[in-house]
Design a protein around this ligand. Sequence first.
Ligand code: SAH
Length: 459
Amino acid sequence: MKTFPMFLQMAGRHVVIVGGGEQAAQKARLMLKTEARLVLVAQELDAELAGLVAEGRAELVTALSAQVFRGAALVFVATGCVGLDYAAHALAKEAGALVNVVDRPALCDATTPSIVDRDPVVVAISTEGTAPVLARQIRSKIETLLEPGLGELAALAGRLRPQVNRQIPQRERRFFWDWVFGGPPRQAMARGAGRAALKLVKDRLEGAGAGPVQGAIALVGAGPGAADLLTLRALRLLQEADVIYYDRLVDPAVLELARRDAERVFVGKEVGACSWPQDRINAVIVAAARQGRKVVRLKSGDPGIFGRVTEELESARAAGLPVEIVPGVTAASAAAASLGRGLTERGQTDRLLLATATCKPGDPEPDWAQMLQPGTTLAVYMGVQKAALIVDRLQAAGIPSQIEAEIVANASTPQERVIRCLLSGLPEALDQAQITNPAVIFLRWPKGAARTVVKSAAA
Ligand code: SAH
């Protein structure tokens, strides 16, 4: 940066403009937006500038001397005469002033930026003279972003700040201001309803005295991957959320649907990266909601299925925070849809069992043989690494090895893969096809298929 942007204090100070023509008038118009007193140094003034003096909005000095520049916040020189410009510049410098000589960059201590003015909100743009057209383009973009009432809203905020500081605890203030500038007060001000905006803010302030602004937590099912398998409720919550905590299996396409300025925090496990322990996840979710933020904890599939939802529910409830579960399409449902068949089949499988092969460390091994009975569809989650063990246990219990296994990996996503094999060949089939998690393994034992003789030597 050859130049550095600063906002100069203008109230109670004066600005000197040397010159009486159109260029001087341009600077005068600009300076009249500020609270500075205007001093014009010229022997002749054009009609506009003369009018300012007549109205008492500017003071006229006819003699050029260093004295007039003393203590000036800024000096503009625009006489239209080279010699006079140099002379005025020298005197102003002698008086220690910050000088801008119009159209003579070599004589400028400071330049005027392109300005978007929503006083007291002011945006200054500079390209250091490299690209004035670009500066204009940027300016028009910002002009469209900042609606006319914005300055009034900022001024209102400034007036209410002491009251807000008294009434709203510090950790909730940011949320309050987020609401003022991103919510109904801003919308009201934008449509010109200043009084309505003020009333909204005041009502909220009075309500705030009764208790802290409260956040909320939603444990939301993101579905199996495809964004259009999201529920409408999940979509609404994603669009309302201030912050979204998501894990590894949540498809990026789903996150895309969230409010653009929502904060997104990855809390999953990734190879090589450190993982978030569950209690840390619980703690950050609660902390965010306590700040009054709307929190979405986005979990793959249905949050209530192998999603450790209980821990998150309990920590939210223990903190006295409102918490809800938004169900989602679980992986088994999506996987069965990919196979083009139901999870249950009348007369064949009347029982559906969802089981995980990855339990809490130290827990006893699941009793697979007890789960897979005639008439059952068993959907195994997180089972790819445990497939050989599951098959062993089932075969040892005499389960027919001609039972068919169906595996769906990445159901509903572009990476989806389906393989079918006999129960006995499951580990090899997974190996050969290089199937990894996420995958659901279906084992179906239709009614009527006979149990083979138990191999166990115990009998
Ligand atoms: N709550 C999730 C399950 C989380 S456990 C749900 O209801 O679906 C993670 C396991 O879910 C994965 O190891 C895998 O077994 C299964 N899974 C998740 N997404 C899947 C997908 N798109 N296709 C197949 N299996 C999936």
